[in-house]
Design a protein around this ligand. Structure first.
Ligand code: FES
Length: 142
């Protein structure tokens, strides 16, 4: 069955922003998607005022995971670690003009990886991020 993707989803899939690695990130989170088994890693560079200067991601996920991570990393940049919690998978899907229902779980990968990276940062910096829950399955290996 063919799926309908918005122009923005196709744009962020074919020309993803913020793909790559980061040396010495302030926070790094790696999560897996229980539905499809795909993996996502997010790196955050955060300054002394807890503002996210840069965000990068790497994924073995599908096109929808790439598009949502691309948009999510764009959206968290310039926000504080606390404000970054507002970048939910719903907010990202809205910014992308929606996702087919079967692909909604893919958008969770970006949110969970960002949360895991924020958790890592919070632990390293001693910052309390209100409303942030310990990631269920952070599979960080570094
Ligand atoms: Fe795995 Fe989309 S199918 S992230």
């Amino acid at each position: 069955m063919a799926m309908d993707y918005s122009e923005k989803v196709i744009d962020h899939f074919t020309n993803p922003r913020n793909v790559g690695d980061m040396e010495n990130p302030s926070g790094c989170g790696t999560v897996g998607n229980a539905v499809c088994g795909d993996i996502m890693r997010v790196y955050l560079d955060i300054d002394e005022s807890h503002v996210i200067r840069d965000a990068k991601f790497k994924t073995f996920g599908c096109g929808a995971a790439i598009a949502t991570s691309s948009m999510a990393t764009v959206m968290v940049k310039g926000k504080t670690a606390q404000e970054a919690l507002e970048v939910t998978n719903r907010a990202v899907m809205e910014a992308l003009g929606g996702l087919p229902r079967a692909k909604v779980h893919c958008s969770l990968l970006a949110e969970e990886a960002i949360h895991a990276a924020l958790w890592d940062y919070a632990e390293k910096s001693g910052l309390t991020i209100e409303g942030l829950e310990k990631p269920k399955a952070d599979i960080n290996d570094d």
